[in-house]
Write a protein that binds this ligand. Structure first.
Ligand SMILES: Nc1ncnc2c1ncn2[C@@H]1O[C@H](COP(=O)(O)OP(=O)(O)OP(=O)(O)O)[C@@H](O)[C@H]1O
Ligand SMILES: [Mg+2]
Length: 241
């Protein structure tokens, strides 16, 4: 079976010009993600887990490495070198990202935020809103919040909106950054069930979890990251040359 995502030698560092310093955020990461399976990314705070997901989604441009993504037409795309246009198309059709924190436009209601990915795919508004309502119900979001913008929601409520928005369009590859971190045990169980059923539909997932129990229950593979070592500027530049 071909991997949907094959990451080889991924490193990312940030240059802080005002302090003349290079901050490494992840180094020499290798991992594979398969259709219908979940690969867990584990490791301590600061190990670079979120940075890996951001490089795959191209929120961050990788400093080194190859990120081969096999798209729906069976073409291999190196996400590290794909054009902005290619990345935007993949984001709208194939790759979903449930970020650690919810970022969304003010003045859009929870229902509008969650149904937006379906509208982008050309699904009519009433059907998209119906699907969004089903998912909000499933994730225990109280109905009184559905028509309110999520900006003022609690951490757990925001996380549910974020999850619903990421899961509604069934991407081929789903990136999840601590999807259950702010949820109560009952909602966590619902999310686990939902992730199991999405996996059974064939979605490939790469997810960050801090709880080992979730890794045991959901993951087929686990990849452990260690915090990248601070290197002097000269060494890092040599590595990247
Ligand atoms: N935009 C950025 N600019 C500068 N440094 C960054 C940036 N993003 C990440 N880093 C640094 O990279 C390192 C890894 O951060 P990252 O958020 O990937 O860790 P993490 O493993 O997800 O941690 P946590 O478990 O706390 O979420 C940190 O030291 C962080 O300060
Ligand atoms: Mg993180």
């Amino acid at each position: 079976m071909h991997a949907i995502l094959d990451v080889q030698g991924l490193s990312k560092h940030f240059q802080l010009f005002d302090q003349n310093a290079l901050i490494p955020s992840c180094a020499e990461v290798a991992l594979k993600v398969y259709a219908g399976q979940l690969t867990a990314l584990v490791g301590p705070t600061g190990a670079g887990k979120s940075s890996v997901l951001k490089c795959i989604f191209r929120t961050y441009l990788p400093s080194a490495g190859r990120l081969f993504y096999r798209d729906g037409s069976d073409n291999l795309v190196d996400l590290a070198h794909a054009s902005e246009q290619q990345i935007l198309e993949l984001r709208s059709r194939e790759i979903g990202f449930v970020t650690q924190f919810l970022h969304c436009l003010p003045r859009k209601s929870a229902l509008e935020v969650v149904s937006a990915p379906l509208l982008k795919r050309g699904i009519a508004a009433p059907e998209a809103q119906e699907k969004a309502a089903e998912l909000l119900q499933l994730l225990n979001v109280p109905q009184r919040l559905w028509h309110v913008p999520p900006a003022t929601f609690s951490g757990g409520e925001k996380q549910r909106i974020n999850l619903a928005r990421g899961l509604i369009a069934r991407p081929r590859l789903l990136l999840l950054d601590e999807p259950t971190a702010s949820l109560d045990p009952a909602t966590t169980e619902r999310v686990i069930d939902l992730l199991q059923s999405i996996k059974a539909e064939g979605v490939a997932m790469l997810a960050i979890f801090h709880q080992p129990e979730l890794v045991t229950r959901l993951a087929e593979q686990a990849v452990r990251l260690s915090p990248p070592k601070m290197t002097t500027q000269t060494n890092l530049l040599e590595t990247c040359a």
